[in-house]
Design a protein around this ligand. Structure first.
Ligand SMILES: *Cc1c(COP(=O)(O)O)cnc(C)c1O
Length: 377
């Protein structure tokens, strides 16, 4: 059997919606489909303001502008994340300070953040790894105390929550990804969520090349003019139409993905009990959104052997982020601190094949192969 790592799920309605875009003659951004997507997210999750972007990378770049980052300002973030989390702020001249994760989960540890806060700190950036919530109560309280902004990189975290609050909707700003490796997809795509009232009108301007074209399109101003810095962050209606076809099936997609996650968990739990590896240990405050499923094995050597073994069995499992603080680009810029827990997760995480239409049979096959690996060693 061959089990691939990811299969982007399409609903079958894409062609219909794309044809409507073509017939409408309106292909550029902020049209009807973009509006329908914004409405969906605002209604469903109560987000103050949703703005589709061409990627999560773009949403993070907008966030960095909205945080008013000046050269030398410090931003605290995890090292165990994707490059865009850091790049967006580096582009504005920020100094990145990498915090460590918890020992038992690859999310940023508020105690590690606390040690890095100084008079230059402006932003705390959290990543909800695999859709599992960071400790937002503690982090928001810390931010209030020191007058800092909080940005949530919620690329993995659509439809997940910190207790009953949606992730991406708690910090001042939240950034989502609709890249085809995420839960809800449009090929490339993303969204900035603005939760702070004071940032909404500036966000619209930055989104539209620094102009007030959004206000103009609502008829609020007679012509649109250059107001601020900005870029072309909005996607075309073509992207929004593909995203909309996913939103029509949002609940079905999410229930399938959560089922895959649950099945993995149940089938692997007996093996974890024999201390062969660890499964994700969820904090009591987090929900699960079926973003991905991973194991944590003893060390990098065991991981290489397991990945090679699974590959022989036709199973494409993968590791994840190389920590940013020890990357080729950043190592010379890092302050030299060792991030023990981050390094352990970077060496030990095994991500298992995960996609909406994964059958119980396929999950069983993966679980049995893992079992086989540990029986022979
Ligand atoms: C995927 C991802 C991104 C980037 O998303 P794009 O939409 O591809 O730009 C950023 N941060 C994290 C944590 C991600 O997983």
């Amino acid at each position: 059997m061959e089990v691939v790592f990811n299969k982007p799920y399409l609903t079958g309605k894409e062609a219909h919606h794309l044809a409507r875009v073509a017939l409408s003659g309106k292909l550029s951004g902020n049209g009807q489909y973009t509006q329908m997507c914004h409405d969906f997210f605002q209604q469903r999750f109560g987000f103050r303001k949703a703005l589709l972007t061409t990627s999560c990378t773009d949403a993070l770049e907008m966030a960095a502008i909205l945080c008013n980052i000046q050269p030398g300002d410090e931003v605290i973030m995890p090292s165990f994340t994707f490059v865009s989390t850091a790049n967006a702020f580096l582009l504005r001249g920020a100094r990145i300070r990498f915090a460590d994760t918890y020992p038992h989960y690859p999310n940023i540890d508020p105690e590690s953040i606390r040690k890095l806060i100084n008079e230059k700190t402006r932003v705390i950036l959290v990543v909800h790894y695999a859709g599992v919530a960071c400790d937002m109560d503690t982090i928001m309280a810390m931010a209030r105390q020191h007058d800092l902004m909080v940005v949530e990189d919620a690329a993995h975290a659509i439809d997940s929550g910190f207790r009953d609050r949606p992730l991406g909707g708690i910090g001042h700003l939240g950034a989502f990804s609709f890249h085809e490796t995420k839960n809800i997809i449009s090929g490339e795509g993303g969204m900035l969520v603005v939760n702070d009232d004071r940032l909404v009108s500036r966000a619209e301007i930055i989104w539209e090349k620094g102009t007030d074209r959004v206000a103009f399109s609502r008829g609020e101003v007679g012509k649109y003019v250059w107001k601020d810095i900005g870029s072309s962050f909005l996607p075309s209606e073509i992207t929004a139409a593909v995203l909309y076809s996913q939103l029509e099936e949002f609940d079905e997609i999410q229930s399938k993905r959560k089922q895959v996650w649950q099945t993995y968990y149940e089938y692997l739990r007996p093996l974890e009990k024999r201390n062969l590896f660890n499964l994700p240990r969820l904090p009591e405050w987090s929900t699960v959104n079926g973003n991905m499923f991973f194991l944590m094995v003893r060390d990098i050597d065991e991981r290489s052997e397991l990945l090679a073994f699974l590959k022989q069995e036709g199973i494409h499992a993968v590791f994840h982020y190389l920590p940013l603080h020890s990357s080729e680009y950043f190592r010379p810029r890092h302050d030299g601190r060792t991030l023990h827990h981050t390094d352990r997760f970077a060496g030990g995480i095994v991500r298992l094949p995960f996609y909406n239409e994964m059958t119980e049979n396929e999950i069983n096959y993966v679980v049995n192969a893992i079992h086989k690996f540990y029986s022979k060693t």
